[in-house]
Design a binder for this molecule. Sequence first.
Ligand code: ZN
Length: 232
Amino acid sequence: MLSHRLIHNVSLGGRSHCIHCMHTIAWYDLVPVFSWIALKGVCRSCKKPISRLYPFIELLTLTVFMCMVIYIPVSYWVGYSIFFSALIVTIRSDLDCMLISRIATLFLIPVGILLSLWPALPITAPESILGACIGYCFLWVIATLFAYCMGKEGMGQGDLDLLAFIGAFTGPCGCWVSILIGSIAGSLIGLCYLAAVRPLHSIKIPFGPFLAFGALVFVFLKQPLLCFLLGS
Ligand SMILES: [Zn+2]
């Protein structure tokens, strides 16, 4: 709901309502996952479908924050709560309408740098700054090359903003790993999608959720991943 409001410039305050009939949603219809199942995926008032993204995002949020409580030291909870919340908002909005809000990415880069100074993140401030720069520049080069060679845009500005944001919260290392995992996961899902859906051309798959997924995997599996990647 927050990502919907950010993308559509709707006030962040006020009660939640159905996007079809504007009916205000009662508190008992706002219980994560359970309400969606109880309502069989349709609005109580107008019976129009409620996106499957709602229970998906609710389950993702629950999983991510449970993992945070279990695996992340308490001293980093504030930093990672901000990071994970913005990633989840981004995943939601990019899956929903292929848009990424700068409020949840670019505008949070200074916050990432400040948090690394505190330190509420396990990286130094130079690493945070370097991560943001590498993230943005690397994707900018890829996007420019792609546009030059293919004559069309392959990557949105939102993806550049997102990787810069990921870099500011995870450093250069997190940036590289996110892009690596994001590209592999994106290619696999893209190939499956191509195999299942025809005609083959003119499909657009958002890249943001895969980058965000890569960043989540990096944060939770940092040690084994680095050992694997560095071959030690
Ligand atoms: Zn409705």
